[in-house]
Design a binder for this molecule. Sequence first.
Ligand SMILES: Cc1cc2nc3c(=O)[nH]c(=O)nc-3n(C[C@H](O)[C@H](O)[C@H](O)COP(=O)(O)OP(=O)(O)OC[C@H]3O[C@@H](n4cnc5c(N)ncnc54)[C@H](O)[C@@H]3O)c2cc1C
Length: 426
Amino acid sequence: MNTDCDIIINGGGMVGSTLACLLADSGLSIVILESNLSPGDKKASKDIRVSALTLATKNILESIDVWRPVSDAENSPAPIMEMHIWDAGSRGQIHFDSAEIGEPCLGYITSNQQVLDSLHVRLKHSGNLNIKYDNGLRDYSISRDQVAVLTEAGETITARLLIGADGACSRVRTIAGLENHGWSYNQTAIVATVESEKQHNNTAWQRFLPTGPLAFLPLADSHQTSIVWSADTAYANELLQLNDTDFKETLGQKFEYRLGEIKNVGSRNGFPLTLAHAEVYTDERLALIGDAAHRMHPLAGQGVNMGLLDAAVLAEIIQGHAVQDRDFGKAFRLKAYTRWRKHDNQLMLSATDCFKRVFGMDHSLLNNVRGLGMNFVSGLPPVRRSMMRLASGLASGTATGMSSGIITGVAGNLPRAALPVIGSRW
Ligand SMILES: Cc1cc2nc3c(=O)[nH]c(=O)nc-3n(C[C@H](O)[C@H](O)[C@H](O)COP(=O)(O)OP(=O)(O)OC[C@H]3O[C@@H](n4cnc5c(N)ncnc54)[C@H](O)[C@@H]3O)c2cc1C
């Protein structure tokens, strides 16, 4: 097969870059197309958000030598040792403590840009990875043996496989005509860094308001948190337009002053919230990963974690075929990836959507039932522990079901190269 490279990854976000790094030692030649400028460029658009990363995600980033630079950075990741969730419409509350599952923490809050920067440094130091900035995919065509990509800069690059890691509005997915089901939540998430009177004690807080969840996520500075305030878009726009004093007062009040007065608030940005799921993740010489394949409400903080699991599974499948000199771009071989990941992603999408709906209802009877349900679950240590394991990416099940596939032999004819990637715990 005569191609310019083995794999083209369109999109060098957290998910696409992680996949490239996972394949860095495979001997395959990889071109990454990224429409943004290089992260080092002052004019490059920056991701101001933070993400709650699971312990499974940390394992993946550790395996590609990216976790250490992330944790050595000035604002190192903040461990989440406890989580406190409560409901504005009832007396329902749940408290999670990592000590209960024998882990030092449940996950980490990390700056997206810090993770991206570290991934891109790693990309630059890998001989067989070639990243082209400011040069996204414009179009592509697929023939029997190859995919030919036309870039925005007018280059044509051929490969055995094209991977769409180009986010929610994936051009790869759109051109392929792959169906993408979903809806807008008509909500916007307001993201900002705030400074509070009291220390956060490495606790992540989430209060479910009838208008949407309000989360306070601990940062490295013990008085600083990143808020993710999801609200119906009209209300969110009002909040975005408030002056700082009124915003701080409204925020403190909605949060019941759990961390005392809100002393300072940084710039506020709004992100529209949608749910979307591609009908299939693969086709002849094509695969979708991360937000290109699925997008969910951020209330459970799982979007990028699910995307990194996609990357780990796809890397495993590609390498499995590559070492046997088999054409990994064939649709029938790529189907294994859809089988491993789609079910788990669907469960997570459905669960977050269900939480969003149940907590969005405001009716006295329903509120009481919801509150009783929360307190009932909170009083059952085994259920609480299972929920913590699931949220941390440690359990086999929703978020990690693919691991059980790997371990129990779905990967029977595949090398187990990705096992250490996914983590020995699994
Ligand atoms: C408010 C908010 C809070 C969140 N919090 C969390 C959290 O706590 N934990 C969590 O796990 N998830 C969280 N998420 C979800 C998470 O941010 C996403 O799932 C994640 O960013 C998806 O990564 P990605 O690499 O798939 O896509 P993206 O981050 O969208 O990256 C896509 C990349 O492709 C590039 N690109 C786009 N089009 C082209 C093209 N045509 N050609 C070339 N390149 C292109 C873009 O420039 C970008 O670099 C949150 C989401 C929101 C909105």
